[in-house]
Design a protein around this ligand. Structure first.
Ligand SMILES: *[C@@H]1O[C@H](CO)[C@@H](O)[C@H](O)[C@H]1NC(C)=O
Ligand SMILES: *[C@@H]1O[C@H](CO)[C@@H](O)[C@H](O)[C@H]1NC(C)=O
Ligand SMILES: *[C@@H]1O[C@H](CO)[C@@H](O)[C@H](O)[C@H]1NC(C)=O
Ligand SMILES: *[C@@H]1O[C@H](CO)[C@@H](O)[C@H](O)[C@H]1NC(C)=O
Ligand SMILES: [Zn+2]
Length: 755
């Protein structure tokens, strides 16, 4: 029997059982042991109800319900006080979110606490960078915090945590300075080729291009004493004649010289909390000693703004920095080491007073229980903790989330209930390394693996208003694009009326193609979708309104500074909160379509396109070298083709299916939902056991192909010694990815265990 015939055969075969058991599902579904009556009425359990599509009116009603004035009020409330993870401020907002969700009509809302390692500046001892003269007198000392500004409405930034490098060890180091540009591996290679090293020196790096933790680890590995990181005006204001005209905060969106970016300096991304890697940080969980935890840094670091950096950089000695290393300050950028003999400064002191502490954090989880499939979850999440008052990151997302949940609650009050459950998540301690979401996913991993349909994340909902940045697992992209066609672009735009129109014109998938779709990237890293993607393979989406296209710096200039206030949104970014409303509409409609449709709106052939692209990249980049080694890509090509064929056939079958049996719907939906799990390798990637997603994992060496195979091939091609071992690794990774892709294809075809 051909597999498609088997599907039909089995579909028919299970109709009889299905009718009976389907009705039982209706009565006894979910952990509560009963189905919700709201919306189901007396027809509960009959076949028509089990097979019904979502109520047609809800999509439109949800959109209309979402109200920008309420989002503004939520944001005003959320940005009144600091809400740093592990502090009273964050707990107070956790309670506020929980209460709000109950008031809005969610069925339940609870706090999910964990105890995690966090990091705070010593309240009594300032961290700073200083220039010292020959007698150790201080000539200059960096500012303890960003100065307050007179604003209407006021923003009390004096209560925001002072700038610091979270998880830095405390300590004082003194010595010469070396400028390392962005602190990328390529920067260190170039520096060393010019005969300059950071060993025994204090490094100074500018923010951007690579994570804080990686900058610090690279310095640590090369024997640096410590690291100073600053925001260069080239990155936060721009360069060229236009730069001087760009308005700085509080007049505008660009970074003033007093603004300092906070952040965590852990190395790595997907371990979760540093002392309980891989397991939830519950009270009874075994904890590593700090000395045993790999992501924690061992040399001190401290961030400063560009006014303070000017004092350090302008005093430096040594060769001129290469032209691409020069930033936007009015000085000659030099590499160091050492300070100019003509000046009085003789050395730099870096003093860091930062403590690590295990403290409680509080996720909030709110649920609207599904009417027919309460054991299938569509999750919407955003983190709540902030380094600052949270005007953008994350409270623009939190205010949008609260409006999405309110709109859904209003629909419930009107008698609607989604087919599947909606789960709203307010994460804590994202800023410290996504601890809230990681610990929760570690804790509930088995349940989520079985039941999570999709995870939809919004972090900084509105950081600018130029275009939409959409990231999605391939099979989810079509549902996102469909929702974007329903959401109006909030202001009049020459590109069109809907979000889809403007998005595809301003950030096209293919440049200069009039028929292009909008650009949708893969959700690889950067916010709370990471545990869902990398640990358990839940298809995920991440959304933001952003500026790229008009401004290159990928983060907005005031990111993690004290100046990301309510004022920044109200007076500068989104005064009428129309983009916040549009984000809530897009988020809500995407979630509704996933929660309500009889058959999940996932398109698996999109995954085939992504795999095909990765294969093509591998062939272009390394095909010749692989051929010389006698390594054939034939089997991998066969697996990719098998996957593509299976995915296309599956999509076609689902599209054409006339569903008369709820068990058949459930069977298709399970296959749709579980496909992403097939790309999870429980063993993880080589040397990176917590990166379990074989397609979405970050790649260590830039390339657009399969992560582990691409990295292994890069190493084999570029290694001088021991190439036999390196080529053996290529063979191994080639076979692993081939097996994984073919296994994924099998989940779409084989209903019997015949092969
Ligand atoms: C600002 O916050 C600090 C710390 O919470 C508080 O002591 C101070 O009174 C606040 N200032 C204003 C003007 O609200
Ligand atoms: C971990 O810490 C405990 C208590 O401080 C100490 O007894 C033990 O020797 C440490 N173990 C390691 C491996 O550092
Ligand atoms: C150079 O830049 C620094 C830091 O932004 C500033 O304080 C100083 O006034 C500037 N000097 C000149 C001559 O523009
Ligand atoms: C692809 O499918 C064909 C036909 O079923 C099969 O012979 C081949 O072994 C499959 N490829 C892989 C890599 O398993
Ligand atoms: Zn954030």
């Amino acid at each position: 029997m051909d597999p498609r015939t088997k599907v039909v055969f089995l579909s028919v075969a299970c109709v009889c059982v299905g009718l009976v058991v389907g009705v039982l599902i209706g009565y006894f579904s979910g952990s509560s042991g009963r189905v919700d009556t709201a919306g189901a009425g007396e027809s509960q359990g009959d076949l028509g109800t089990l097979l019904a599509e979502g109520d047609g009116w809800v999509s439109e009603a949800l959109m209309t319900e979402i109200d920008q004035a309420r989002i503004e009020e939520y944001l005003r409330k959320l940005t009144e006080k600091p809400h740093l993870a592990g502090t009273e401020g964050s707990y107070t907002l956790a309670e506020y979110v929980r209460r709000t969700w109950l008031e809005q009509g969610l069925d339940s809302a609870h706090i999910a606490p964990y105890r995690v390692l966090l990091s705070y500046p010593d309240p009594d001892k300032q961290s700073y960078v200083a220039l010292l003269d020959g007698n150790d007198n201080e000539l200059f000392r960096s500012a303890p915090h960003e100065p307050s500004l007179d604003l209407d409405p006021p923003a009390n930034i004096s209560s925001v945590v002072p700038p610091f490098a979270a998880y830095s060890p405390s300590g004082t180091v003194e010595g010469d300075l070396v400028y390392v540009n962005y602190g990328r591996t390529s920067d260190f290679t170039q520096l060393e080729s010019m005969g300059v090293t950071v060993a025994g020196k204090i490094a100074i790096a500018r923010y951007g291009k690579t994570s804080r933790g990686r900058k610090l680890r690279r310095c640590q590995l090369r024997g640096a004493l410590g690291l100073i990181v600053y925001s260069d005006p080239a990155d936060t204001v721009g360069t060229g004649p236009a730069a001087s005209g760009r308005p700085l905060y509080p007049r505008g969106w660009f970074g003033p010289g007093t603004a300092v970016q906070r952040g965590h300096y852990l190395y790595g991304q997907v371990e979760g909390e540093p002392l309980t890697p891989g397991y939830p940080a519950k009270d009874y969980m075994f904890r590593l000693n700090e000395s045993e935890s790999d992501p924690l840094p061992s040399i001190p670091a401290h961030p400063i703004g560009y006014n303070d950096a000017w004092h350090l950089l302008s005093a430096m000695e040594g060769p001129d920095a290469p032209s691409s290393w020069r930033g936007g300050l009015n000085i000659t950028y030099r590499l160091g080491p050492g300070l100019q003999a003509s000046g009085r400064a003789r050395k730099v002191r870096l003093q860091v007073n930062v403590n690590r502490e295990v403290r409680p954090i509080h996720n909030v989880i709110g649920v609207i229980r599904g009417r027919l499939e309460p054991d299938r979850y569509v999750l919407l999440g955003n983190h709540r903790d902030a380094w600052n008052l949270g005007g953008v990151d994350p409270s623009s997302g939190t205010s949008s989330l609260l409006e999405v949940s309110r709109a859904f609650g209003a629909m419930v009050k009107r008698g609607w209930r989604p087919r599947r459950s909606l789960v709203f998540c307010s994460w804590d301690a994202e800023e410290y390394g996504m601890h809230g979401s990681f610990e929760w996913v570690e804790d509930l991993g088995k349940i989520l693996t079985e039941r999570a349909v999709a995870y939809l994340n919004v972090d900084m909902a509105v950081r600018a208003t130029y275009s939409l940045r959409g990231r999605a697992s391939p099979q989810l992209a079509p549902a996102l694009l469909e929702a974007a066609k329903k959401v109006p672009w909030p202001v009049s735009a020459p590109e069109g009326k809907t979000m889809y129109d403007v998005w595809r014109k301003r950030t096209p998938e293919i440049d200069d193609d009039p028929d292009t779709k909008p650009r949708v990237d893969l959700p690889r890293s950067g916010s709370d979708f990471a545990p869902f993607v990398h640990r358990i393979g839940v298809p995920s989406i991440d959304l933001a309104f952003f500026h790229v296209g008009i401004w290159d710096y990928p983060l907005y200039p005031l990111y993690h500074t004290a100046y990301a206030t309510f004022h920044l949104q109200k007076k500068i970014i989104d005064p009428d909160f129309l983009f916040h409303r549009a984000m809530s509409q897009l988020w809500a409609e995407t979630a509704r379509s996933l929660a309500d449709a009889l058959l999940l709106p996932l398109r698996l052939s999109e995954y085939g396109t992504v795999l095909g692209g990765m294969l093509a990249d591998l062939e272009t980049r390394y095909g010749d070298q692989l051929a010389v080694r006698g390594i054939s890509l034939e089997t991998l090509t066969s697996a990719v083709n098998n996957f593509t064929t299976a995915a296309e056939a599956f999509d076609a079958e689902v599209t054409d299916a006339k569903i008369t049996n709820p068990f058949v719907a459930r069977m298709y939906n399970d296959q749709l939902m579980q496909l992403e799990r097939a790309f999870i390798d429980p063993q993880g990637l080589p040397g990176r056991k917590f990166y379990k997603h074989t397609i979405m994992a970050s790649r260590l060496y830039s390339s657009a192909t399969f992560p582990a195979l691409g990295d292994a091939t890069y190493l084999a091609v570029n290694s001088e010694e021991g190439t036999e071992g390196a080529w053996r690794n290529v063979q191994k990774e080639l076979s692993v990815i081939t097996f994984t892709i073919q296994s994924a294809a099998n989940t779409l075809t084989a209903l019997e265990l015949t092969s």
